[in-house]
Design a protein around this ligand. Structure first.
Ligand code: IPM
Ligand code: MN
Length: 359
């Protein structure tokens, strides 16, 4: 049966990197029997400009019908002064909430070819393979009340709410334990239980859930220590599971261990395994339109889509192997450039991956 992929290029470098991922999808369709249809729609600042909303109804409706969504990136300085509901980021958050994509998988894998591009010593990161499981539809990102108010004495007061119900914690914990079973069988749950009641509950519920996974080893770590351990000895981790905001922060940190945030894909899944796939990096307005952005995180997001939503694990492995091959060939975009390699632009990198896929 033909599956539907909704393509949302978004803003900044989004359209450039997504164009390369679409080349990969087209190649799989033409030469490897992938049965998919694609459709494009607007999200983020691009949607605001065209339709007055960062998440037009039509886009959300198409996303609901699709088997998978591929998203580039959203945001840019030109939209930062808009009222919050109109800002590009609301397009992304609205998709996550609207599709109930509560489970965000962010693998941080070091390609051996890029060990020198990491800001850490090669021996500290060699063989690194961490999976960050970030809760994506709850926590302080969505908690109410929230806002900025003016007190009777004229001072302004800003507030957000960190809130999790136990079922929200249990379902993300299960995703982490299940993922751990398919890899190193270790889960480290990251919280701030020494200060925040909400994450004290988090720790209790994760511990309760662990009883169903006796074959997986559970540990707990405070988030400040986890941030430190990630740069001190990152290979101690297998699967990390954490709240929405802690996961946002720790996944950027983990990305840098692998040499470049331009390499890391992500999957955001709902309870049925339908998902949205996107690079974890942002829209990089400073380099947008110059054809220098790294498309590999987006291409690797296609691999995650093939595995998690399209039931095509072999094609996923092929795409990942093709990425490894272009790195072996010495091709590098500016963010991962190193002496002795050849610097290429966005399109040339995408073309090289397609060429590797065809052989
Ligand atoms: C991410 C991004 C988003 C987030 C922004 C763009 C809303 O940083 O996907 O990590 O904070 O979740
Ligand atoms: Mn982020």
């Amino acid at each position: 049966m033909t599956k539907k992929i909704l393509i949302l290029p978004g803003d900044g470098i989004g359209p450039e990197i997504v164009a390369e991922a679409v080349k990969v999808i087209d190649c799989l369709r033409a030469h490897h029997g992938l049965a998919v249809e694609t459709e494009h729609a607007l999200v983020g600042g691009a949607a605001y400009e065209a339709a007055g909303s960062p998440l037009p109804e039509a886009t959300l409706a198409l996303a609901r019908e699709a088997d998978a969504v591929l998203l580039g990136a959203v945001g840019g300085p030109q939209w930062d002064a808009l009222d919050r509901p109109l800002r590009p980021e609301q397009g992304l958050l609205g998709l996550r909430a609207g599709l109930e994509l509560f489970a965000n998988l962010r693998p941080a894998i070091l390609y051996p070819q890029l060990a020198e591009a990491s800001s850490l010593k090669p021996e500290v990161v060699a063989g690194l393979d961490i999976l960050i499981v970030r809760e994506l539809t709850g926590g302080i990102y969505f908690g109410r009340p929230r806002g900025v108010e003016t007190l009777p004495d004229g001072r302004r007061r800003g507030f957000n709410t960190l809130v999790y119900t136990e079922d929200e914690i249990r379902r993300i914990a299960r995703v982490a334990f299940e993922a751990a079973r398919r890899r190193g069988r270790r889960v480290c749950s990251v919280d701030k239980a020494n200060v925040l009641e909400c994450t004290e509950l988090w720790r209790q519920v994760v511990t309760e859930t662990a009883a169903d996974y006796p074959d997986v080893e559970l540990s707990h770590m405070y988030v400040d220590n986890a941030a430190m351990q990630l740069v001190r000895a990152p290979k101690q981790f297998d699967v990390m599971v954490t709240t929405n905001m802690f996961g946002d922060i720790l996944s950027d940190e983990a990305a840098m261990l692998t040499g470049s945030i331009g390499m890391l894909p992500s999957a955001s899944l709902n309870a049925e395994g339908r998902g949205m796939y996107e690079p974890i990096h942002g829209s990089a307005p400073d380099i947008a339109g110059r054809g220098v952005a790294n498309p590999l995180a987006t291409i690797l997001s296609v691999a995650m889509m093939l595995r998690h939503s399209l039931d095509e694990p072999e094609l996923a492995a092929r795409v990942e192997a093709a990425v490894g091959e272009v790195l072996d060939q010495g091709l590098r975009t500016a963010d991962i450039a190193a002496p002795g390699t050849r610097e290429v632009g966005t399109a040339e990198m995408g073309d090289a991956v397609v060429a590797a896929l065809r052989t």
